[in-house]
Design a protein around this ligand. Structure first.
Ligand code: 5GP
Ligand code: ZN
Length: 114
């Protein structure tokens, strides 16, 4: 999608600090990190949010979760864990309309959110 920030990152039109890339997914550090580990994992396919995943995306969604787990481990979160967050639309606090998982770790994160 031409006016999507994350599609532009996928296309290399906006720079990012990549930590992983394959044909299907891209992971990069969040520009405003909220924890010592804070990166975003996105499908390269433009899906606006988790509500718009379609039945045909089920396999992709499974691989997305699997990759989130793998990268969290690689980033040092195996022992103490991490938070995996998917914000959706305005009440969910979503600011970029391209499906993404936040992976946050490296410190204790309180709950519930404000
Ligand atoms: P959301 O609020 O939609 O769940 O999360 C969007 C995230 O994208 C925010 O944490 C924000 O800091 C991050 N972000 C927004 N623009 C950019 C950018 O151009 N580059 C990177 N690396 N992160 C971005
Ligand atoms: Zn997009």
């Amino acid at each position: 999608m031409s006016d999507c920030i994350f599609c532009k990152i996928v296309a290399g039109e906006i720079p990012s600090k990549k930590i992983y890339e394959d044909d299907e997914f891209l992971a990069f550090h969040d520009i405003t990190p909220q924890a010592p580990v804070h990166f975003l994992l996105i499908p390269k396919k433009h899906i606006r949010n988790i509500m718009e995943l379609e039945p045909g995306d089920i396999d992709l969604a499974g691989r997305l979760l699997n990759k989130a787990q793998e990268l969290a481990k690689e980033q040092g979160c195996t022992e103490k864990g991490a938070r995996f967050v998917i914000n959706c639309k305005s009440h969910g606090g979503q600011t970029v309309e391209h499906l993404h998982i936040h992976i946050l770790g490296g410190r204790f994160l309180s709950w519930p959110p404000g």
